[in-house]
Design a protein around this ligand. Structure first.
Ligand SMILES: C[S@@+](CC[C@H](N)C(=O)[O-])C[C@H]1O[C@@H](n2cnc3c(N)ncnc32)[C@H](O)[C@@H]1O
Length: 322
């Protein structure tokens, strides 16, 4: 009965279009957590759902779970889901116009879109050229593969959802050595180390939401990663470019880095700040430097431009050996 009631709650929550693509297991976890905080409501789960779902405390729980899911799932533009599917399954996924359209369909990558060449140039000039990349909480970021300026093996991790299947089709059709993994990194932080070892790991605009869901979970994720370099980013403007997010919001993270004695460099683009952290390399002091980039990238920049501008051509392996 309880399982039946849970299934009905999950279906009810997923009636919102933007949440419909989430795997039931993801929603179930959040529902169970919310129910644990409401023993009275939980004790009524065996009532007929029609009656149960009219209760004000159930409606409040449903609202809260949906809010949480939106917060952690990020904002895919669902009005454009059909367009995204058509682009991935029928479009020329090696064409930069198509790639830009795909990146524009998720809030985070849309905001980063004019700056991709610059972001990857900034990162790889410090890390060297990666042969392997792990992208955790990837959202639509893997669609930026052609902006990397190199051809690493790419493993993309996100909560299980049908968006990952689409990403897989993109990898296949674009001839990318890529793989997708549906994983809740809060619940399965230990699995991250088992994904293998990587030259570079991206954690773009992810850690705050992990910490909101479970305190210290972001630190656990960073600790479990098997990567030479970790690149973490945070938004500096609230979604949609509204209010400036104060630097103090990242104090917990900078304290954590200091405690681990992990050095870092950082740089900014208008809506986002990036930290470049040499996790796996033998400790070598890095100058803490902040390069603030304010200029817009010219609209037409793509991989061709990336190759002309010299990102350091040494691979991470060569760098490590020297
Ligand atoms: C704000 S979006 C950022 C997307 C992408 N990293 C970018 O910056 O373009 C946060 C992403 O993290 C994913 N995410 C949130 N919590 C997660 C978890 N516990 N495990 C795996 N992925 C998670 C969400 O599904 C979403 O795609």
């Amino acid at each position: 009965m309880r399982d039946e009631a849970l299934a009905q709650i999950i279906t009810d929550i997923k009636r919102k279009r933007e949440l419909a693509g989430l795997a039931d297991t993801v929603v179930r976890g959040k529902v169970l957590k919310a129910l644990r905080a409401q023993p009275k409501l939980s004790s009524l789960l065996d009532r007929p759902f029609k009656e149960f779902s009219r209760r004000a405390d159930y409606k409040a729980l449903r609202r809260e779970v949906r809010r949480r899911l939106r917060e952690i799932y990020g904002v895919f533009d669902l009005d454009n889901k059909r367009q995204r599917e058509a682009l991935v399954s029928k479009g020329d996924v090696r064409d930069m116009t198509v790639v830009r359209q795909l990146l524009a369909l998720h809030q985070s990558s849309k905001e980063r879109l004019p700056f991709y060449p610059r972001v990857y140039r900034e990162i790889f000039s410090r890390t060297g050229v990666p042969s392997t990349i792990l992208d955790i909480g990837c959202g639509a970021n893997p669609y930026s593969y052609h902006f990397l300026g190199c051809k690493p093996r790419y493993v993309a991790v996100d909560l299980p959802s049908d968006e990952l299947a689409l990403l897989n089709t993109f990898f296949e059709r674009a001839g990318i050595d890529g793989e997708v993994k549906g994983l809740d990194v809060v619940d399965d932080a230990d699995c991250i180390g088992k994904l293998g070892s990587f030259d570079v790991c991206f954690c773009f605009k992810l850690l705050d939401s992990l910490e909101t869901v479970k305190r210290h979970s972001a630190k656990k994720v960073l600790g479990s990663l098997n990567a030479q370099w970790i690149i973490v980013s945070f938004p500096t403007l609230s979604i949609g470019g509204g209010k400036r997010i104060k630097q103090e919001r990242r104090t917990w993270f900078e304290h954590f880095l200091a405690k681990q004695e992990w050095s870092y460099e950082s740089f900014e683009i208008p809506n986002e700040v990036f930290y470049i952290i040499p996790k796996g390399l033998p400790e070598r002091p890095l100058r803490k430097r902040k390069a603030v980039l304010v200029n817009d990238e010219r609209g037409g920049s793509d991989t061709a431009v990336m190759r002309e501008e010299t990102i350091e051509e040494r691979t991470i392996e060569e760098k490590r050996r020297s």
